[in-house]
Design a protein around this ligand. Sequence first.
Ligand SMILES: [Zn+2]
Length: 257
Amino acid sequence: MVVTTNGSNLVVKNSRTTIANETIMRDRDNGLPQQRQSKTVEVQDKVKIRGYTFAQFVDMVQSFHGYAAPGVLVGGFMVDLAYQYIPQEGLYDIVCETRKCLPDAIQLLTPCTVGNGWLRIIDISRFAFTIYDKQQGNGIRVSINYSKLDNWPLIKSWMYGNSRDKNIDGPTLGKQIEDAGSSICDVYPTKVEIPTNVVKTNDHNICPYCGEPHAFVDGKTCIGDQLPYKIVGPRMNGSLSSKVNENVDTKLQTAQT
Ligand SMILES: [Zn+2]
């Protein structure tokens, strides 16, 4: 956060107001050159998440996750807490124990993503993750301490309410998340088994049924029949003409009836 004093005016800038306030400052400078003795003071924000202010992190979550989901915001504090326990220069993998929200905080704030394989999700619906050294397997598990949520009833209700209260006030919940920070978390040391006999291969089999290559380790035939969709029309070549779309719509209707 940057606090700028300009005469008797106090301008507080955060990620949401920076542009607007800089414009105001410039206008004031142009109109009132005698007030150019304005002074800018860097002030340490109380709440930081991996170097970002809470407001900045809210913006990041909005653009990445689609909206400022409370779970991703809580997850930000959890990731920040984990990094307080591990050497900054290490190379880490992460196992996340839920597919909800927390993986997005991890992907925003660490180098570990689903795509690069450094983040694995084993969904047992616990809001927790373990970050561990790739080679040695020494790690830190961060989880939510359920009993500590008694001090934060909205967070408790939102995370673990039996039938989620639809009337939870978003801004008040956000304030509780910001104020609670990582105080609702537990940290434990972990030791992860690093498999030593994994043969890395790029070999592929061509499936005799669908004709598509798939990883050798998955067997001779692919497991495409486990997918929740099936191909319902002929191969679509060329542009997406309405005729092709009509064809697919018709096939879909046929498949559903
Ligand atoms: Zn196949």
